[in-house]
Design a protein around this ligand. Structure first.
Ligand SMILES: C[S@@+](CC[C@H](N)C(=O)[O-])C[C@H]1O[C@@H](n2cnc3c(N)ncnc32)[C@H](O)[C@@H]1O
Length: 258
């Protein structure tokens, strides 16, 4: 195989740091499924928000490093232990990234404004009481507050600021997060979206959604607002039908496009 992902036996750990799990594997599978597009995309800067063990950013670096060795990688996490763990995971695989211990992208937004070509996020998405969000330690790995959306809803505007004009965002969401509503709100900012991987287990249904700026998105919204304020756009109709299709699809893996 000409490319690899991080090996679990080489991924470092700490009791307070999220271990790679089904959601991490689904995100890496989505990146692998999109690898040919990523290579053609030729990103200059790739970023992970909430890197935890470093499994995802290390896998992304490994799958692109042969063809595009010049990519600059960054990863942030609010958990200070994640910095050491991610550093060790990167080192064990012979790749590198700048690591920043911060809340989402706090202190970095000016520096990276409009520069990030690929952003990957496996956020805390589990619906929990609001006061569990952002707590120290392992709780912050999953606690997402109401509908699991508190951290996601803070990340989306940041993504809009730091993504380059051709930037892509890969986001893990749970059915309870209302992913079709997330796509609608991103569409209002001019982003198209596509489900790259969908996975359902007894407990949860995960979607890995890719977002990118699409010049055709804004005109269709304007058109819809002048014709009929409540009418969904063609893109929106297609997206919603895609989510309803997936909600009935209980296979373990899949992908779909708008
Ligand atoms: C579900 S875990 C994902 C970890 C890793 N990316 C993976 O896929 O295995 C979510 C990560 O986001 C981090 N996190 C939670 N809230 C954050 C915030 N406000 N800013 C930065 N990182 C955050 C957690 O510490 C945790 O490492």
């Amino acid at each position: 195989m000409p490319y690899k992902t991080a090996q679990i036996r080489l991924v470092s750990s700490h009791p307070e740091v999220y271990e790679p799990c089904d959601d991490s594997f689904a995100l890496v599978d989505a990146l692998l499924a999109d690898r040919t597009n990523l290579l053609e995309h030729k990103p200059s800067i790739c970023l992970e928000v909430g890197c935890g063990s470093g499994y995802v950013i290390t896998s992304l670096a490994l799958m692109l490093k042969e063809e595009i060795p010049s990519i600059y990688y960054l990863a942030t996490d609010m958990n200070p232990h994640a910095m050491r763990v991610t550093r060790e995971t990167l080192q064990a695989h012979g790749v590198d990234a700048e690591l920043i211990n911060t809340d989402i992208m706090s202190g970095l937004e000016k520096r990276l404004e409009g520069l990030v070509d690929v952003m990957v996020v496996n956020p805390p998405y589990v619906p929990t009481p609001e006061d569990e969000v952002g707590q120290a330690g392992i709780t912050s790995a999953w606690a997402g507050g109401e509908d699991g959306r508190v951290v996601i809803d803070r990340i989306l505007p940041v993504a809009d600021t730091i993504l380059s004009e051709r930037g892509w965002l890969y986001l893990v969401t749970l059915a309870a997060n209302n992913p079709s509503q997330i796509c609608r709100s991103m569409r209002e900012k001019g982003y198209a979206s596509r489900i790259v991987v969908q996975r359902s287990t007894e407990e949860e249904s995960l979607h890995i959604i890719k977002f990118w700026r699409d010049p055709e998105v804004r005109p269709s919204l304007k058109e819809a607002s002048t014709q009929n304020r409540s009418a969904p756009t063609r893109l929106g109709e297609s997206l919603l039908s895609q989510f309803s299709r997936f909600s009935f699809w209980k296979s373990s893996n899949g992908s779909g496009s708008l």
